[in-house]
Design a protein around this ligand. Structure first.
Ligand code: KIV
Ligand code: ZN
Length: 521
């Protein structure tokens, strides 16, 4: 597959593979399908849907996404061995346009880890790409840790992969080590020095450990790469991957110096960012470029004055370009069902009648407690509704007594498999007391790794979104909830995480990723 249009940069989204690999970011099957649908509709060219050999769950998700995809090419990841590649093909072959992505770490550290000499690894690459190419016309090769691979050996691996029939060559900066000048130069030299380079697409895949992933990806494009691998919100292991919204908007806003086109409908960026944050349990930092809450907020007097006179004074892109409508006071307690349905549709949620009834009850409860209900409140409410839909454990009642002369006491009733159970517990503060009450009712060994609170909107009656991340026997899950009462939101988030842990236990594995990248055989 040669690049037909040299000015087009192919957007390869790996939110569902590299992003989902981030500890605690695991998504359910339905969530993966929903995100894939949104990526497809937004115009992503290639969706890396998972790592099919890693688990039955990954295999099922990649197969179903492949069946559902309407426009995008569906790609699966496979280590450089026939078993992985066969399994990957079994999953992606249902797609209208399938791709196999196979890889091995080529740097000295990885060669040592695998116990392979340069020659033995070269042979492995040849066999893997040839095998993949016998199954699928569209094959991507990645020399993992390329930026720490000796130049001569990197060039040799790329040469072998092209000769064996790879159609895309990916040059990953696996540990986020490179810098823009080097990133551009590496691709430029490979294209200049490897025979047949003009017949394949070069890809860049950057991690953000030094905060340079976006810059490195755009520099690689300057060097000749025409595929950027990225994730929504920059989700990914450690400091994450290149953020899709950043590279796409950079090429759009600075088209004068980066004259490349993508097929992305940028007005869908905000909605997918919110959804990925919701299902992954990784909130978007307030000052995150493009999709952060403050990205278009102009609070200081001088900024507001300038903005009123001419929005271009401090805005290089319009909020509407990324799908952000000015936050509006939307509803109050007198708003009816029809108004709620139409507002929800505007926010991207098409509610069926029965769903509308459930959401309406929650909306009324919120409007009773909160005078002004904003778009962000409704989005938080919907995310809560979607997250807790099939939970086996639900919060029924919570009462906390707190004050300066503690200890704080929590009385909690949970519904566990439709049976109500109550407990009372004390703790160091209201949240601790409430969490102790949960522990008294639900037997678990999970340790709390993260507890984070953020306000959905302004004001003392604002809803708080609480995120918790918990770990049990190497399984990491996140839970989230929003409520005007921070303690209630905390307990719901905790219970949401426990529900996710139970689902994992039932399935007999976490992500099922007992297999790691190091196992080649
Ligand atoms: O970071 C990396 O090198 C990867 C490869 C599997 C492409 O994710
Ligand atoms: Zn990666």
């Amino acid at each position: 597959m040669t690049q037909t249009n040299p000015d087009k940069v192919v957007i390869f989204d790996t939110t569902l593979r590299d992003g989902e690999q981030s500890p605690g970011a695991t998504m359910t099957h339905d969530e993966k399908l929903e995100i894939a649908g949104m990526l497809d509709e937004m115009g992503v060219d290639i969706i890396e849907a998972g790592f099919p050999i890693a688990s039955e769950g990954d295999f099922a998700a990649v197969s179903d996404i492949a069946r559902d995809a309407r426009q995008a090419t569906i790609c699966g990841l496979a280590r450089a061995n026939p078993r992985d590649i066969d399994r990957c093909w079994e999953a992606v072959k249902h797609a209208r346009s399938p791709r196999i992505h196979t890889f091995i770490g080529t740097s000295p550290l990885h060669r040592d880890m695998h116990g392979l000499s340069e020659d033995a690894m070269a042979e492995r690459i040849h066999e893997a790409v040839t095998h993949a190419r016998n199954l699928c016309e569209n094959v991507q090769w990645s020399s993992m840790d390329a930026t720490r691979t000796e130049w001569d050996y990197l060039r040799r691996t790329v040469d072998i992969a092209i000769r064996a029939g790879a159609t895309t060559i990916n040059i990953p900066d696996t540990v986020g080590y490179t810098a823009p000048v080097e990133s551009a130069d590496l691709i430029r030299r490979l294209i200049a020095e490897v025979e047949g380079a003009e017949d394949v697409v070069f890809a860049t895949h950057c991690h953000n450990d030094l905060g340079m992933a976006t810059a490195n990806s755009l520099a690689a494009v300057e060097g000749g790469a025409r595929q950027i691998e990225c994730t929504i919100n920059g989700l990914g292991e450690r400091a994450g991957n290149t953020a899709l919204e950043e590279v796409v908007m950079a090429m759009k806003v600075r088209h004068d110096i980066m004259p490349y086109a993508t097929g992305i409908d940028t007005t869908k960026l905000m909605a997918i960012s919110r959804r990925v944050a919701g299902v992954s349990g990784f909130p978007v930092q307030f000052n995150k470029a493009i999709v952060g809450k403050n990205a278009f907020a102009h609070e200081s007097g001088i900024h507001q004055d300038g903005m009123l006179k001419n929005p271009e004074t401090f805005e290089i892109m319009r909020p509407e370009d990324v799908g952000l409508n000015a936050t509006s006071l939307v509803m109050g307690k007198h708003s009816g069902r029809a108004a709620l349905r139409s507002k929800m549709a505007e926010l991207g949620y098409d509610l069926a009648d029965n769903q509308l009834s459930d959401v309406f009850v929650r909306f009324k409860a919120l409007a009773d407690r909160k005078k002004e209900v904003y778009d962000d409140d409704l989005i938080a409410l919907m995310q809560d509704e979607e997250r807790s839909g099939e939970d086996r454990i639900k919060v029924v009642r919570l009462r906390v007594v707190c004050g300066t002369d503690g200890p704080q006491v929590a009385e909690l009733t949970l519904s566990i498999d439709d049976e109500e159970k109550s407990a009372q517990a004390t703790g160091d503060g209201p949240v601790d007391a409430a969490f102790n009450a949960v522990k008294a009712l639900v037997d678990h060994r999970a340790k709390l790794q993260l507890y984070q609170v953020s306000a959905v909107t302004e004001g003392t009656d604002a809803q708080a979104t609480v995120t918790v991340r918990m770990e049990e026997d190497g399984r990491i899950v996140s839970g989230q909830s929003a409520d005007t009462d921070t303690v209630v939101a905390s307990v719901r988030a905790y219970v949401n995480a426990l529900n996710r842990l139970m689902v994992r236990r039932e399935k007999g594995g976490h992500d099922g990723r007992e297999i790691s990248y190091k196992d080649v055989g």
